[in-house]
Design a protein around this ligand. Structure first.
Ligand SMILES: NC(=O)c1ccc[n+]([C@@H]2O[C@H](COP(=O)([O-])OP(=O)(O)OC[C@H]3O[C@@H](n4cnc5c(N)ncnc54)[C@H](OP(=O)(O)O)[C@@H]3O)[C@@H](O)[C@H]2O)c1
Length: 255
C-alpha cells in the first residue's frame, strides 16, 4: 500500500515569524503534511492573511501573537499552548533579525539586539518547548540559521556571530535533550527570494552574484525550504540530531 512517508498528522507545530516569507512557507508545508500549525507574529492583523490562506486550502492553522524577544510574552504563549493543547510536538524557531553594518558602524547595543533576537530568544523558545516535550519524551526543535555563520562576509558581523552561535546552540540542545527523546536540528537557508529581500532580488549586482556563486544559478523560492522542514519534523528523521541542513542551491559547497 502506498502511503505518505513524511506525514505529520496529529502533530502540533509552532512556527515563529510565520506571517510571511520563509516562516509562512515552512508553516504551510508542515500543515500540508498534516500538522496543526500555530502561526506566530507580533501582530494579529498581519497574521490574518496567512491564516486565511491556509484555511482556504483546508489546512489547520491558528494565530499565536507574541514577540519572541519578550520573555514574559513567550511564557504567556507557552502557558496558553499547554492550557489549550496540553502538548507541543514541533517548534520551528524561524524569526531572525539582520543589521547589515560594517563593524565600525556597529555599536555594542546593535550587537546585543542582534544576539537578543537571533540567539537568546531561540534559546528561551527551545527551553519552553522542551518543557512541554519532556513529559512525553518526544519532540522536534528546529532552528533557522543561515549560510552566514559558517561563512562570513564584510558588513554582516552581528548576524554572522548570532547565526553561528545558533548552530552551536542547536548542537548543545541535541546533546542535552537527545537522551529525553527530543531532537534538535537547524535549517540553514542560502539566498531566498522573500518580501524582505525584494530590493536585493531586484538589484542587478546581487543577481549577478547569485548567478555566479550558486550552482543552480538562481535564488531559492520560499517553498523550496518546505521539504527540509517537514523532513526534520517528521518521525522519519528520528535519528537525525544536531544537524544543520543547508538549503542553498549548492552555494556553500562550491567556489
Ligand atoms: N530570506 C533569506 O534569504 C534568508 C537566508 C538565510 C536565513 N534566513 C533566515 O530565515 C528566517 C526568516 O527569514 P525571512 O526573510 O523569511 O524573514 P522576514 O521576511 O523578515 O519575516 C519575518 C517574520 O517574522 C515576524 N517577526 C519579526 N520579528 C519578530 C519578533 N520579534 N517576534 C515575532 N515575530 C517576529 C514578522 O512578522 P511581524 O513583523 O508581523 O511580527 C514576519 O512575519 C530568519 O531567521 C532569517 O535570518 C533568511
Amino acid at each position: 500500500m502506498v502511503e505518505p512517508l513524511f506525514s505529520l498528522k496529529g502533530k502540533l507545530a509552532l512556527v515563529t515569524g510565520a506571517g510571511r516569507g520563509l516562516g509562512l512557507a515552512m508553516a504551510t508545508s508542515l500543515a500540508r503534511a498534516g500538522a496543526e500549525v500555530l502561526l506566530n507574529g507580533r501582530d494579529e492583523a498581519r497574521l490574518a492573511p496567512a491564516i486565511t490562506a491556509l484555511e482556504k486550502r483546508g489546512l489547520a492553522a491558528a494565530p499565536l501573537v507574541f514577540d519572541v524577544a519578550d520573555a514574559a510574552a513567550v511564557a504567556r504563549a507557552f502557558a496558553a499552548i499547554e492550557r489549550e493543547h496540553g502538548r507541543l510536538d514541533i517548534l520551528l524557531s524561524n524569526v531572525g533579525l539582520r543589521n547589515r553594518r560594517v563593524i565600525d558602524q556597529l555599536s555594542v547595543a546593535d550587537m546585543r539586539e542582534m544576539l537578543e533576537v537571533n540567539l537568546i530568544a531561540p534559546f528561551g523558545l527551545a527551553k519552553a518547548a522542551a518543557a512541554l516535550m519532556l513529559p512525553r519524551r518526544r519532540g522536534r526543535i528546529i532552528m533557522v540559521t543561515s549560510i552566514a555563520g559558517p561563512l562570513s562576509r564584510a558588513g554582516d558581523a552581528a548576524y554572522t556571530a548570532a547565526k553561528g552561535g545558533l548552530a552551536a546552540l542547536t548542537r548543545s540542545l541535541a546533546a542535552e535533550y537527545g537522551p529525553h527523546g527530543i531532537t534538535a536540528n537547524a535549517i540553514a537557508p542560502g539566498f531566498f527570494a522573500t518580501e524582505t529581500n525584494a530590493d536585493r532580488v531586484a538589484d542587478a549586482q546581487v543577481q549577478a552574484f547569485v548567478e555566479m556563486r550558486v550552482p543552480l544559478r538562481r535564488w531559492g523560492q520560499p517553498q523550496e525550504l518546505g521539504g527540509a522542514a517537514v523532513f526534520l519534523a517528521s518521525d522519519e528523521a528520528s535519528y537525525v540530531n544536531g544537524h544543520v541542513l543547508t538549503v542553498d542551491g549548492g552555494m556553500s559547497s562550491s567556489f
